[in-house]
Design a protein around this ligand. Structure first.
Ligand code: C5P
Length: 229
């Protein structure tokens, strides 16, 4: 089965407060997006990768990323994550008409272990149309109203934090993105698939698949790399 990974890497990274877009912030000398793409290729189950980067960074990124292998393509992303995934998906469909599985993986999840990538791909290969890696929550979660007052406390035992890569039967992801033109409030691709009425399945995620969002996350990733480069 041909497995193509889409990597949205076009975010500004406002919460990281770095001088350049987050994907190009270096972690132990290597840009986050390079680490993320390398991790996907090293899993051994990804045939090709399409990365969406900020429009002004397409040519520099191409030089950086195509060096990782001829199976890496770069496109301009969009104004929000959904738009960026949509751009990468359109290019992936154009380049890889034979794709059977699409993975969508945040460039910011640089330390995701290969075993997580493999278990997502295995589950889709095994017939699941949509698969997400998840972790139990350490904190209790409250639902608030617009004034910041607590209106509900969902049972923590039924909640999970969702990571990437998320895996989809190719036709299901294409269908989920039909008619989506950015500005969509969904924060992950599985949300769009759920809206189609397709069941989303879960596999075990991993603490190392955390998303580098803040300066603290970056410092933590650096420490972890010192221990296991
Ligand atoms: O903002 P957030 O951390 O949710 O972003 C998750 C991923 O989506 C990041 O890898 C980021 O680069 C990407 N993104 C994108 N295009 C945007 C906004 C975010 O590709 N316009």
């Amino acid at each position: 089965m041909t497995v193509i990974a889409l990597v949205p890497a076009a975010g500004a990274g406002t919460r990281l407060a770095a001088a350049q877009p987050k994907a190009f912030v270096e972690l132990a000398g290597v840009p986050l997006v390079v680490r993320a793409v390398r991790g996907l290729l090293e899993s051994g189950v990804v045939d090709a990768v399409v990365v969406a980067v900020p429009a002004e960074a397409v040519s520099t990124s191409s030089a950086l990323l195509t060096g990782l292998g001829k199976s890496v393509a770069v496109v301009a992303g969009g104004a929000d994550r959904t738009a960026s995934v949509r751009c990468a998906l359109a290019e992936a469909v154009r380049l890889h008409g034979d794709a059977e599985v699409f993975l969508v993986h945040d460039a910011a999840r640089v330390l995701v272990p290969s075993e997580v990538v493999r278990s997502v791909v295995d589950a889709v290969r095994g017939g699941r149309a949509a698969v997400v890696p998840v972790l139990p929550l350490a904190d209790t979660v409250k639902e608030l109203d617009a004034d910041g007052r607590v209106v509900a406390t969902p049972d923590r035992a039924t909640l999970r934090a969702v990571q990437t890569p998320q895996g989809f039967a190719a036709d299901v992801l294409v269908r989920a993105y039909e008619g989506v033109d950015g500005g969509s409030p969904v924060t992950d691709d599985a949300g769009l698939v759920e809206a189609l009425g397709v069941t989303v399945h879960t596999v075990a995620g991993h603490q190392l698949a955390f998303k580098v969002t803040t300066a603290l996350d970056l410092a933590m990733a650096e420490l972890l790399l010192e221990e296991r480069p």
